[in-house]
Design a protein around this ligand. Structure first.
Ligand code: UDP
Ligand code: MG
Length: 322
């Protein structure tokens, strides 16, 4: 018998893509049921409405009424992609053997879903969807994403290169994820930390089916920064190294000034004084800023606020009707 599979799909203002996504996922799920890969009665698509401002939630409710294979939860306001994903994963884990997360915009190739499930059945607890090429992304997106993965690995954070949030996770992986209580979520850094056996499935990343990216440059930068500061204190260590370097250089300057003084040259160095004041002042502010960022993170974490609030849950509603 096939496995109970839940597909978790976060949606923020996705009314333009949802009908097509629903059609393609329904076709694919039907085929996988026929092939015996998944168990029809226990497999569903769980849409997570992340406080959309358009008709996304109305659409999800309508799709659910027309086809019980599709269900949804709605968050009380927009909580961000990662939190929406977490809300979906935590909800789905109570119903499924395995959960696959994917974007709503059909950029993640639906056709490799069965490959993921087969790898899960072969005994892998995590199957990462990895983009084999980024030909269809803009040059800027490709460049920024690749530099990001490089910086992360240089900082010693373990991530899977070119993997975003298209992945299969087993129930027990999600049970472990529950214990990661961080508010600053960077899921693709957490899964490699959880461990268990994992494998990858390659796919071609498609263009967004319709609508615009919900990750403008500013959000992308914030996300990358979250990824670094939530997983490594290397920037703080770099500050100490910079501090030591500057102290050493100033020692050399001091020697130089002492020597010129002893040799009786008149004081000239106005330019060098002004330059060093600005340079060192700027560096100090930069370092303070990094320390401040970490303190801000700690502040956010100690409050232990909920990471998501579910306002409506069609799964619960369905159970109550029974
Ligand atoms: N998303 C979300 N909440 C947000 C922003 C995005 O749930 O605040 C969802 C969005 O609907 C999509 C997925 O996260 O399903 C990825 O977003 P998008 O495709 O816009 O990002 P990109 O692929 O351009 O990086
Ligand atoms: Mg996308």
């Amino acid at each position: 018998m096939g496995c109970g599979l839940y597909l978790v799909v976060p949606c923020y203002n996705e009314e333009e893509v949802l009908p097509e996504t629903t059609k393609r996922l329904n076709d694919k799920m039907e085929r996988m049921c026929r092939e015996g890969l998944i168990d029809d009665g226990r497999s569903k698509v769980l849409y997570v409405n992340d406080g959309s401002k358009d008709r996304t939630w109305e659409l999800i409710q309508q799709i659910h009424r027309e086809n019980p294979r599709f269900t949804g939860i709605s968050l009380a306001h927009n909580m961000g992609h990662q939190n929406a994903l977490l809300a979906g994963l935590m909800t789905a884990k109570d119903y499924a053997d395995a959960v696959i997360s994917m974007d709503a915009d059909l950029q993640d190739d639906v056709e490799v879903l069965d490959e993921m499930i087969k790898k899960y059945m072969d005994g892998n607890d995590i199957v990462y969807g990895v983009r084999s090429s980024r030909k269809k992304d803009t040059f800027f997106k490709r460049f920024s994403a690749e530099s990001f993965y490089r910086v992360m690995s240089a900082m010693g954070v373990k991530t899977v290169f070119n993997h975003a949030d298209y992945r299969l996770t087993s129930k027990r992986v999600l049970e472990s994820l529950k214990d990661f209580r961080e508010v600053n979520l960077f899921l693709r850094g957490i899964f490699p930390l959880i461990g268990y056996t994992s494998d990858v499935v390659l796919y071609e990343r498609n263009e967004r089916f319709a609508g615009e990216s919900k990750y403008p440059f500013k959000k992308m930068l914030a996300f990358a920064w979250d990824g670094i500061t939530s997983f490594t204190v290397k920037p703080l260590k770099a500050i100490s190294v910079i501090g030591i370097l500057i102290s050493f250089i100033s020692l050399l300057f001091l020697l130089h000034f002492l020597l010129t003084k002893l040799l009786g040259y008149t004081v000239q160095g106005w330019t060098s004084v002004i330059c060093s004041i600005w340079l060192v002042g700027g560096l100090q502010l930069f370092c303070l800023g990094i320390i401040g960022e970490y303190i801000g993170k700690i502040y956010g974490e100690v409050k232990q606020r909920p990471r998501y609030i579910i306002e409506e849950n069609l799964l619960d509603a369905a159970e109550q009707e029974i």
